[in-house]
Ligand binder design. Structure first.
Ligand code: SAM
Length: 208
């Protein structure tokens, strides 16, 4: 590894945010998964969570490029591709209740993105607190179960004709607000991971 490459990796590692994450609930389309992971990498999210599609959608026989299965395969086979999947950890959970319980045990507040007039404007949240943004499926949005389990509901105000944004666009809008708040609070100025955590991530990133 060149000194420049090592410097780049160590700089990115020092900015990773262990207490900011997303839970993708049955987000299905590979290009959306890829786009969300790229945004997470850019914002400094350490790891993301996902509940794979379970109802109504056919199982993929062969992992489609960018799908959860393919991303999982990339990670388990230690592929050295430059994709965001290598730099952002992925936890796949069997179902929504398990995922939300896991996140709450870690101290996260889980905010479901909801196209509802009762949801809070996403800009009113304090993203310097441990925050998980729960994103819903392209077709039906966040499930009723997830909405009930969440600590709160947030919405990006829609003032035009269309009802909703693309899920990866919504993720980017919210996560960059989180980044803005965390930059202002100095969260990217010093490592947020313990030396042990940094070492573990370093080994995962540099494992050939
Ligand atoms: N018909 C679905 C519904 O009623 O929820 C639309 C789902 S939308 C295409 C897919 C996901 O993108 C949503 O579940 C949510 O996570 C996110 N999303 C899209 N627009 C949003 C908005 N204006 N505010 C918050 N989240 C949004």
């Amino acid at each position: 590894m060149t000194p420049e490459r090592e410097h780049k990796l160590r700089t990115v590692l020092a900015r990773r945010q262990p207490d900011l994450t997303v839970l993708m609930e049955q987000v299905n389309k590979p290009h959306n998964l890829s786009a969300i992971l790229r945004t997470c990498d850019a914002v400094g999210v350490l790891e993301v969570h996902a509940v794979p599609p379970q109802k109504g959608l056919p199982a993929l026989e062969e992992p489609e490029e960018g799908s959860l299965e393919a991303i999982h395969r990339v990670r388990t086979h230690n592929d050295t591709s430059g994709s965001a999947a290598k730099w952002v950890g992925l936890h796949v959970h069997p179902d929504t209740a398990t995922a939300v319980a896991h996140l709450k045990r870690q101290g996260f507040k889980v905010y479901a993105t909801q196209l509802s007039e009762h949801a809070a404007d996403y800009r009113t949240l304090d993203y310097t607190q441990p925050t998980c943004v729960l994103l819903g499926a392209e077709r039906w949005g966040v499930s009723e179960e997830a909405a009930a389990l969440a600590d709160g509901h947030i919405v990006i105000p829609m003032l035009g004709m269309v009802q909703s944004l693309n899920v990866s666009v919504a993720a980017a809008v919210i996560l960059f607000e989180a980044q803005r708040q965390r930059l202002a609070a100095g969260f990217y100025d010093h490592p947020r991971l313990s030396p042990q955590q940094q070492q573990a991530v370093w080994e995962a990133w540099t494992d050939p």
